[in-house]
Design a binder for this molecule. Structure first.
Ligand SMILES: [Zn+2]
Length: 480
């Protein structure tokens, strides 16, 4: 059973107006005959009176740093509750769970040393999330570079006692930057693990970005039981180029790595949940979500403050258009996506008995850039339905529905057969800001952010109105 910490709130004027209208008109809130008209109304309402960016501004002001276990994340949960109440959602509550608690500490140093041990230069680095610390005085070792997996495989004994420098760039020719990310991110995820297996002493990982700049991009990494835990850092792409150049001269290169990070015991946290209760089928649920935690560099404006603001805004827009969905639209701000997915699993477990009645899960976690459409793991029948529903979004260029994942948080619902959908914004600039100090409010366009929310609202509304739910996936049936 859930512990409902907060009672519902029906505060927003638009919602009250909607309720009043309902009393006099039995079919109030139903879809007009032409879905195109409704979608146009949603988009116009979004552009006329946008709220997503103001909401995101309030998040960044109240909780600029939102790493799991931090006081900032607690403040963000309160922001989520307040924003849902402001948007007129019902049944607003925090659903508690425990999350990992890792801190990076104050010292992050990667220094190039001369033969006498003096520092020649320092590089911009950021500890990878979950990394162990080095000894307090730092770890000094020679460095060896690998540019891809095959070079890693041929290191042999040369890796022993060394810092391994993973320097495979994200492929700049990939049209979709997420594809390039997907092919390069193994270095960050398992670099330390692979270094340990070869007798290395630490991992230095080229930042996951398509840009050449001096911002290190952090992110999750993992260890495995029975394998030594090595410290690991992300190095900026400018730093990676300098280090690679130095190594190309042929002489041994010695570095000192110093990290203070630590893992504490798990901390209390929660998912934030609120609803537009369905007018006819309230037990059938459409989840719309994003993750409320963020890495502790930058302010997570795109990742995933944008998604949180959009998920709430999508629900608010539907109500602001005087519509009440046929099925329940449930906004969920998941905690701990970045380093654990504890919130996603807690949601799945707490709602296990109603997952059969989840007709859709939609996540926004690819930045608040101009929307192009959606990705989905839905089976071919549901995919073609979703394509038809997205057609009216052609007016804003957001009608491209293609196979792909829905999002990390809702991904845990896949085994239950829930069709998963992810908002698909333009991907070209996302890895400029992803997991680095550049992920700030200034990088978010209010208009683009709002259009994403409008696209989400349009899809949610239409799926909620269907006479039949979307065909569910069987476990092996998804298009991905
Ligand atoms: Zn994210």
């Amino acid at each position: 059973m859930l512990r409902w910490i907060a009672a519902c709130a029906l505060a927003a004027p638009c919602w009250l107006a909607l309720q009043a209208a309902q009393e006099t008109k039995p079919d109030a809130g139903a879809a007009p005959a032409n879905p195109r008209e409704t979608v146009d109304r949603i988009v116009s309402t979004a552009l006329r009176s946008p709220q997503a960016f103001a909401s995101l501004e309030r998040l960044v002001a109240a909780a600029p740093l939102r790493l799991s276990g931090s006081p900032g994340l607690q403040a963000a949960l309160e922001w989520g509750r307040a924003e849902m109440e402001r948007a007129g959602l019902a049944n607003v509550r925090l659903e508690p769970c425990e999350v990992p608690h890792w801190e990076r500490g104050d010292v992050e140093e990667l220094a190039l040393l001369d033969s006498g041990g003096e520092v020649l230069e320092r590089f911009a680095v950021s500890a990878l999330g979950g990394s162990v610390a080095t000894p307090p005085e730092g770890l000094e070792a020679e460095v060896i570079e690998v540019r891809d997996r095959s070079e890693l495989e041929t290191l042999g004994e040369r890796a022993r006692g060394k810092l391994i420098f993973f320097n495979q760039p994200m492929d700049p020719t990939a049209r979709d930057t997420f594809e390039a990310y997907g092919r390069a991110v193994w270095q960050r995820s398992v670099g330390a693990l692979e270094a340990a297996r070869r007798g290395g002493v630490g991992a230095i990982v080229r930042s996951m970005t398509t840009r050449l700049d001096d911002f290190p991009h952090t992110g999750a990494m993992r260890y495995e039981e029975g394998v030594a835990q090595l410290p690991a850092v992300a190095l900026s792409t400018v730093g990676a180029a300098r280090l690679s150049e130095r190594l190309a001269r042929g002489a041994p290169v010695r570095l000192r790595l110093r990290l203070e990070c630590r893992t504490l015991s798990d901390a209390p946290s929660a998912n934030v949940v609120g609803e537009l209760v369905g007018r006819e089928l309230p037990d059938e649920i459409l989840v719309v979500g994003a993750h409320i935690d963020a890495w502790d560099v930058g302010v997570g404006a795109h990742d995933d403050g944008a998604g949180c603001a959009q998920a709430i805004e999508a629900a608010r827009l539907i109500a602001a258009c005087g519509l009440r969905p046929r099925r329940t639209i449930r906004v969920v701000l998941f905690t701990n996506e970045e380093n654990g997915l504890a919130g996603a699993r807690a949601y799945r477990d707490a709602h296990a008995d109603e997952l059969e009645r989840h007709v859709l899960a939609l996540e926004s976690d690819r930045g608040g850039f101009v929307p192009r459409g959606f990705t989905t793991d839905a089976n071919p029948t549901a995919l073609s339905v979703l394509r038809t529903l997205a057609e009216p979004l052609a007016s804003i260029g957001a009608d491209n529905v293609k196979p792909g994942g829905g999002g990390a948080d809702i991904g845990v619902l896949a085994p239950s057969g829930v069709p998963l959908v992810g908002l698909l914004p333009d991907s070209q600039r996302y890895f400029d800001v992803h997991h680095c100090a550049r992920d700030t409010l200034e990088q978010v366009s209010p208009r683009e952010l709002e259009l994403g929310a409008a696209a989400m609202a349009a899809l949610l509304w239409q799926v909620s109105e269907r006479s039949e739910p979307l065909p569910r996936n069987r476990p092996s049936e998804g298009s991905r």
